[in-house]
Design a protein around this ligand. Sequence first.
Ligand code: NAI
Length: 377
Amino acid sequence: MARLNWGMIGGGEGSQIGPAHRLGAQADGNFVLAAGAMDVDAAKGKAYAESLGVAPDRAYGDWREMLAGETTRDDRVDLVTVATPNSTHFEITKAFLEAGFNVLCEKPMTMTVEEGEEIVRVAKASGKICAVNYCYSAYPMVREMREIVRTGGIGKVRLIVTNFSHGHHGDATDADNPRVRWRYDPSMAGVSGQFADCGIHALHMASFIAGDQVDKVSADFASTISSRVLEDDAMVNFRMAGGTVGRLWTSSVAIGRQHGFDIQVFGETGGMRWASEQPNQVFYTPVGGRTQIMEKGESGLSDEAARLSRVAIAHPEGFPLAVANIYVDLAAAIRGETRDGLPTAEDGLRSMAAVYAAVGSAESDGAWIDARPPMFR
Ligand code: NAI
């Protein structure tokens, strides 16, 4: 099958998420890095893209140059990944969709709900794919949990408890590090710090596994490092349309916790637990029964979990392979196949609406606030 041309905006040398995209996109030979505007510093970005094998005339100084250059080419990129800081996602994603490119945008998709609605509209009008990188949902055992819920394995979901709490921004003496600082700067990050950075992964996963959407949230936000304008810790209660109760704790100052992303799903006839630091296992307990450990790669899993198990049983499933699974499904979708697990612009919009509802709630003593985007009410 012909390789698809892929372009990357952001994700330059030393960036956090850039390497996961490069590995993820290219792991299966679906995509080849053909163009890039990879750094806020034009010269650095060009040099880095060329060092990765991008032809000099497709190593661009900035995204506008890339848009102009790629639009006129016959071999234009089939997919553009936007892996820049949050404040730039909207204008870049919108411009490339309008010019007829498929886009994978990093989360949070936009800075505001209105921008999110605009992206959903533009994506629909363009007929192009606009995906958002909720990559944790592409772990095989997360797909298995979704299948267990879908097939009634734990009955109706009553309660979801999830954490995405790490300690990597817990050192007050490092708060001015440029890689850390932008995440708490409203002009770069938006109205929320840690909830929009990590909490929305957990919120998306809760919806993904439950097969339901968040209706309302009640939040308590704190800036435990007082120089930060935006929160570095949040407790967010949520309720889903189908009645599921949700509890979400997200923090970046939980020193000693590493990745710190886990989810527990409790239904009427059973419960399940998964943690990103042990992504190969789901702990499954039927009501009144013993806890079973379900392993990635073992027989008897759903077709979806088997399809996305990329490393033989007993070998760890790496995070970049979850990103790679997003690219596998993007390639399939671009080639015209249906992939119902691909996180979409609608998911990106729902997150933005939840962020605004949580910020509003935190400002009003945890009042319950409608978290549904206006266009979906
Ligand atoms: P970072 O600060 O480590 O790297 C940002 C990169 O973008 C740098 O190479 C910088 O030079 C480049 N850049 C900045 N402005 C640019 C512009 N206008 N044009 C081209 N390049 C530009 O940031 P990090 O952690 O890699 O985050 C980037 C995005 O990815 C954020 O939106 C973040 O929320 C998201 N992210 C998502 C993760 C996930 O699990 N899906 C994990 C980590 C980050």
